[in-house]
Design a protein around this ligand. Structure first.
Ligand SMILES: Cc1ncc(COP(=O)(O)O)c(C=O)c1O
Length: 456
């Protein structure tokens, strides 16, 4: 018997319904926010709505407009907004005990057991889990400590195009200059090497070999320029960098280099994990075993914050208090995470994500046939990217125009990419086939209209 309602029963509607956007109530709240909230607020600048409630793959604003949500709280709501099966467990736990530091609870131990079962490759059944602070950045900080502690070295190796978060250690591994400018120096000896991709100057047949060679040299070249890294941090599919799927052999090559150099290989599954790509973890697509994976975002099920790292038991070398944090026992989020995994299993959402993701890419390929501005469509499962150029140059304005048209017609989408010129689709895994068709009609029309406008 499946747990919770079927995916068809989770949403406000199959189709969006949008009157005036932003409506008067949204405009009023946006104005109030602008007056007193931080200037750092970013999302409503591009998608100017104030939220009232959300269900499944749909959100409703304070004027009663209903949108299809193709970015799921930026990859958090894999089982949809307010999934009743997840909410029920979360609320019960909230009423019994919410804050538990690291005392054992059923919620904590059950979630750890489940994560050990679905962990990628050889991590399954022989791993430990550590919870620290509640964000993805916190999980990355934990992984930096783990690698330093186990290797006795301090250098870090990451990739161009990477995003690992914004706390000092995580920011050292993040590649985007816009996030770092003015905040250096960060951690010493953090280096970035190219990640294999098309259209970034490192494409072509031998991109994988050239990138792996660059990694190898950072470890083995006697005049490599810095301390030998303690670990390699890699997104199995780059998210913020533009939904970049690496070629076969890349992650396995990193595994070999880490082994040859007694370094740890940490795969950042914060955006790609927990079913997003049609497997429990994106690592599962590449037939290799990392030493550790980081998780956050979808881990809490309902959007409650929780970050974690799962690592091979041989690296569980720290003593009591070796990695701590006041909020490492968010029991409602732990129940939420467990129930979200159960919901995904019970509704076969990994294969649903695989087939629906292929449908989204097929629709984008169809548009690309008559739209030369679309130069690449990529991704795995419901992690989808489409790259746009104008005369061969990255075209972020075009992506913004498409995003605005989608919003005006009731579809929320987000962007990504080193130059902001990639449209990123990361809908909840509970999106139905019918909703996907409606959303893709809106998106494809927006692409056609925006490219036509750009050419005139
Ligand atoms: C791959 C990846 N790692 C780390 C992070 C940082 O997570 P948080 O924003 O929760 O700190 C993100 C956030 O988008 C991410 O996509």
């Amino acid at each position: 018997m499946a747990v919770g309602p079927s995916i068809g029963d989770l949403h406000f509607a199959t189709e969006p319904s949008v009157d005036e956007v932003p409506g008067p109530n949204s405009r009023r709240l946006l104005k109030r926010q602008r007056e007193i909230d931080s200037n750092a607020v970013a999302y409503p600048r591009r998608v100017p709505i104030a939220l009232e409630e959300a269900r499944g793959a749909t959100v409703r604003d304070v004027d009663g407009n209903t949108f299809l949500d193709f970015f799921a709280g930026i990859g958090v709501l894999n089982v949809g907004h307010s999934n009743p099966y997840v909410l029920e467990g979360t609320q019960e736990q909230l009423e019994s005990v919410a804050h538990t530091i690291d005392f054992p609870t059923e919620a904590r131990v059950d979630l750890i057991e489940k994560l050990r079962t679905i962990a990628p490759g050889g991590l399954a059944g022989s791993s430990n889990v550590v919870f620290g602070g509640p964000s993805g950045s916190d999980a990355i900080e934990g992984s930096i400590k783990l690698a330093k502690h186990n290797t006795g070295r301090h250098g870090l190796l990451g990739f161009e195009g990477a995003y690992h978060g914004t706390t000092a250690g995580a920011l050292s591994l993040t590649a985007g200059k816009k996030y770092k400018a003015g905040y250096g120096p960060l951690l010493a000896d953090a280096v970035h090497v190219p990640y294999p991709m098309r259209n970034a100057g490192v494409g072509g047949q031998d991109a994988c070999e050239r990138c792996l060679d660059a990694v190898k040299r950072k470890f083995e070249a006697p005049y490599g320029g810095h301390e030998t890294p303690a670990g390699i941090w890699v997104e199995p599919i780059q998210g913020e960098g533009g939904v970049v799927v690496p070629p076969e052999g890349f992650l396995q090559g990193l595994r070999d280099i880490a082994d040859d150099n007694d370094a740890m290989l940490i795969v950042d599954e914060i955006q790609t994990g927990l079913g997003r790509t049609g497997e429990w973890f994106a690592t599962d697509h590449f037939d290799m075993t990392p030493d550790a994976i980081t998780m956050a975002k979808a881990l809490g099920g309902t959007g409650l914050p929780i970050g974690a790292m799962l690592y091979h038991e041989e690296f569980d070398t720290w003593g009591p208090g070796g990695h701590v944090g006041t909020f490492r026992g968010n029991a409602p989020a732990m129940v939420g995470g467990l129930r979200a995994i159960e919901y995904i299993e019970s509704h076969d959402l990994l294969s649903h994500a695989t087939t629906l993701g292929q449908y989204l890419r097929d629709r984008l390929h169809e548009v690309a046939e008559t739209t030369p501005e679309v130069v690449d469509v990529r991704g795995k499962g419901l992690f989808v990217g489409a790259e746009f150029v104008d005369d061969g140059e990255p075209d972020a304005d075009l992506v913004e125009a498409i995003q605005t048209r989608c919003y005006e017609n009731g579809l929320l989408v987000w962007n990504a990419g080193r130059h902001g010129n990639v449209l990123r689709l990361i809908p909840p895994l509970v999106l139905t086939r019918e909703q996907a068709a409606v959303g893709m009609d809106i998106l494809c029309n927006a692409i056609r209209a925006s490219t036509a406008e750009g050419r005139n």
